[in-house]
Design a protein around this ligand. Structure first.
Ligand SMILES: [Zn+2]
Ligand SMILES: [Zn+2]
Length: 135
């Protein structure tokens, strides 16, 4: 079969992953719409709707029997502040630049790693950004 099972949602005209009762309601609606009795005086139309019904029945079977998979949503566009894939931690980002010691706080303004000697009072500011009034 060349047709992909996931196309079944489109054939039935329901959003992928629709609940079973919604799928069934739509199927019954299409059965009514394409019923051969509606086109009893028109063999051409009757034959056409018969073909449509074959498609619809196929799609309904695919969905109720769980073969019509829901296509995976497209990956979200990369965002600057998104956590994203974890990159390995650069050890230099965890050590202060002045003393090469492990940072205990990071400057809240520039993010500079600060060891307990850089920022003795653990104010969270590097020397360049430390508010004068705090000392
Ligand atoms: Zn330091
Ligand atoms: Zn700073």
């Amino acid at each position: 079969m060349s047709r992909q099972s996931r196309d079944a949602w489109a054939v039935l005209g329901v959003p992928p992953g629709s609940p079973a009762d919604m799928v069934r309601a739509q199927y019954l609606r299409l059965v009514r719409l394409n019923h051969p009795d509606r086109y009893s005086g028109n063999p051409v139309e009757q034959a056409r709707h018969e073909e449509v019904m074959k498609e619809v029945t196929w799609a309904y079977q695919e969905i109720v029997q769980g073969r019509a998979t829901v296509p995976a949503p497209p990956p979200p566009p990369p965002h600057r502040n998104a956590p994203g894939p974890r990159r390995p931690v650069d050890i230099r980002e965890l050590q202060c630049r002045a003393h090469g010691r492990w940072a205990v706080v990071f400057c809240t303004v520039c993010g500079t790693p600060l060891c307990s000697r850089c920022d003795e009072s653990l104010s969270g500011y590097c020397p360049a950004h430390r508010p004068k009034s705090a000392f």
